[in-house]
Ligand binder design. Structure first.
Ligand code: IPE
Ligand code: IPE
Ligand code: MG
Length: 236
């Protein structure tokens, strides 16, 4: 089977910030700051490599279990990124920013900034950057099921009309291709609730580097590995 050697959609679980900081005797927050820098570099590199969709896992529905100060530091870094994207949007760069996840528990100013950047960048046609924020794959499916149940209740949808397609239309990633490649740095070998529906046929690359040390070279290494994979999608 022929296949694209460049993935249309790359997902990255940006993991290992805390360990990166610990190794340097720094507070975990310093690791998140270094991780935010790595993220900016990878966005640039994805544009250079002409990858149309990038989804980064920034904060999971389970990450609220962390100390309040750490959660606040992560939210602060996200806000800085959104401010920057908003400020540079006019000269830039063909980047569409979308947030995947339930933003309703975030502070109102952050919710507002998310809506503004999504609106302002909506028509960009280059790279789409999805930031998974307060995102959980199970939570996403719950939302999708609730939306469909509501339609059934209102008589607008028959139960037998529920298909993979109708479920997908209610996911945060509606209208986007499934991720072809999911990369997890930091040495952990799990998905941690990331894109569990969409990753059904994704290729996985797990790497031993910590996220703040993940740069263009590491992305190229993962892309090379992807290009050598033989994807069959159940066929022979
Ligand atoms: C990923 O790095 C960032 C978030 C989960 C928000 P971690 O903070 O999980 O780093 P480790 O896994 O503790 O090293
Ligand atoms: C996954 O990393 C979430 C993000 C990178 C945002 P975690 O560090 O939260 O995952 P676990 O706890 O190791 O599974
Ligand atoms: Mg982690």
């Amino acid at each position: 089977m022929t296949q694209n050697t460049v993935p249309q959609h790359v997902g990255i679980i940006m993991d290992g910030n805390g360990r990166w900081a610990k190794r340097r005797g720094l507070p975990r927050q310093a690791g998140h700051k270094a991780g935010a820098k790595a993220f900016r570099n990878i966005v640039k590199h994805c544009r250079q490599r002409k990858i149309p969709y990038l989804t980064v896992y920034a904060f999971s529905t389970e990450n609220w279990k962390r100390p309040k100060a750490e959660v606040e530091a992560i939210m602060q870094l996200l806000e800085e990124y959104l401010d920057e994207a908003f400020a540079h949007e006019d000269e830039d760069k063909d980047v569409r920013v979308q947030v995947l996840g339930d933003i309703s528990p975030l502070k109102p100013e952050l919710q507002e900034k998310i809506k503004q950047i999504q609106d302002k960048s909506r028509d960009k046609t280059g790279l789409t950057v999805n930031i998974a924020l307060n995102y959980g794959g199970r939570d996403e499916l719950v939302h999708s099921m609730q939306a469909l149940a509501q339609r059934v209740k209102e008589g607008r949808l028959q139960p037998e009309e529920i298909t993979e397609g109708t479920i997908e239309q209610c996911l945060y990633t509606a209208g986007q291709p499934d991720p072809d490649l999911i990369i997890r740095p930091s040495g952990e070998l799990r998905l941690s609730n990331f894109l569990i529906w969409q990753s059904a046929y994704a290729e996985f690359v797990f790497m031993n580097v910590l996220w703040p040390d993940f740069g263009p070279q590491e992305l190229d290494q993962a892309l090379k590995e992807f290009a050598g994979r033989n994807r069959r999608f159940g066929a022979v």
